[in-house]
Design a binder for this molecule. Sequence first.
Ligand SMILES: [Zn+2]
Length: 482
Amino acid sequence: MVVMRFLIAKICKILVVFGFLLIQANHVAASPGDLYFHAQKSYYKLMASDEKQKFRHHWMKTIKMFSKVMDRYPKSNEAYKAEYTTGKLFEGLNAVSKNSKDLDQAMHHYSNVSTNYSFVNLTDDALFRVAEIYLARRKFALASEKYKEVSKKYPEGDQVKKAQEKYKSIKVAAKKRYVNLTSVARPKIPTSKPPKPKTYKKLVIAKPLIKSVKKVARETVKKTPLYRKHAKIKDGFGRGYLFTPRGSRDNQIDSPLIVVDAGHGGKDHGAKSVSGIKEKDVNIKIAKHVKAILVNRYKYSVVMTRKDDTFISLKDRSKISNKRNADLFVSIHANAAKRKSAHGIETYFLGTSHNKQALETAARENRGLVKSVKDDRVQQILASLITTTKINDSSRLASRVQENLCRSSKKVNRNLKNLGVKEGPFYVLHGADMPSILVEVGFLTNQKEAKMLSQPQYIYRLASSIAEGIHKYLLQDKGSSI
Ligand SMILES: [Zn+2]
């Protein structure tokens, strides 16, 4: 009896401790950064699946996840981004549903971004979207008013040029009497949600604080076996690592270390064009330039997984990165597809995927290592190995690089297709412990892109924009939207 009682008491104690731990875990999981991250993941999944996009409930599920961020943490760094993305989601939903109420909602959330948060980097983007919706609704006077507001209020913003062009084109159309700028009633923007707080303060961390945080981090890092001399710490918002960008050659060891991985090599040729261009050769050319630019222009430290035409297994590639305790891993590839017309640039980060094309690309790049990435089990194993921090940072790095690549390449190829940032079960990404991405710079199976990939100037352009994307990510000058 006494033993029984003792046992019951013991079990109760364990249960209480467990409960407490669960509450703790829950508490930690509900930080604005985490909520935003989960919403972001759901967003990417939705964007990657044409099938999901057909159903309203998939859109609403993601929207609800972003709403949670706004409702629970209206003053957080993530709130305005969540609000902007909600606008984007309703706009996307409207494109499918053709329900004007969805567009009303998009308008409502965009308006909130430009009115409820004072001066954040998406304010001008949101205002521009509002103008675009007015234009789509043929409310020309209101649209032109908003376009004007963009260039007047945010002359430094990246939407100015577009806004000015649109403003002019409406004026020209009005002159020619194609549009009427006088008789437009001002539609009411629905205000179904309580207004967000008006004061949004940009987070400013005092320098001494940064110093002391770095000191603590350095000491913590020193205690870990993977210690490398520069401090790698979280800034508390799930927004990546804090770095001291290197100033001179003297403190080279303190600069971020980037692994540049030229895909394939040696007996593994990778993809091939009809004219005989091998992917492994394209990859190494780009990778060499990326290294030179990162070192010379941006003063970072760089390690290459291969410097010449040698074969290195996928496993060894990530081993190299982990051994050197690198900060970033960037794998460079050229794409291939059965459909000769397939073209464009895409950037991957590690994740599970149901997107057919992403799975095919992953299967090709994983060749030899994983028999079938379509196998759910392989995906599950890969997914379980990914830490949320790594994914969050990888997706941000991917966005930066993709954005830069497309912007730059469009200048010489107006028809360049931005295939976007995608998740995929790439083995080479799974092994690396640091934020890692895989860039597919173009399709060798597409005649036009194969020709471009044979031009040295174009190769340099690609390399330069990859390096610039990496630099922008490391600087974290601006928080990315999604
Ligand atoms: Zn490849």
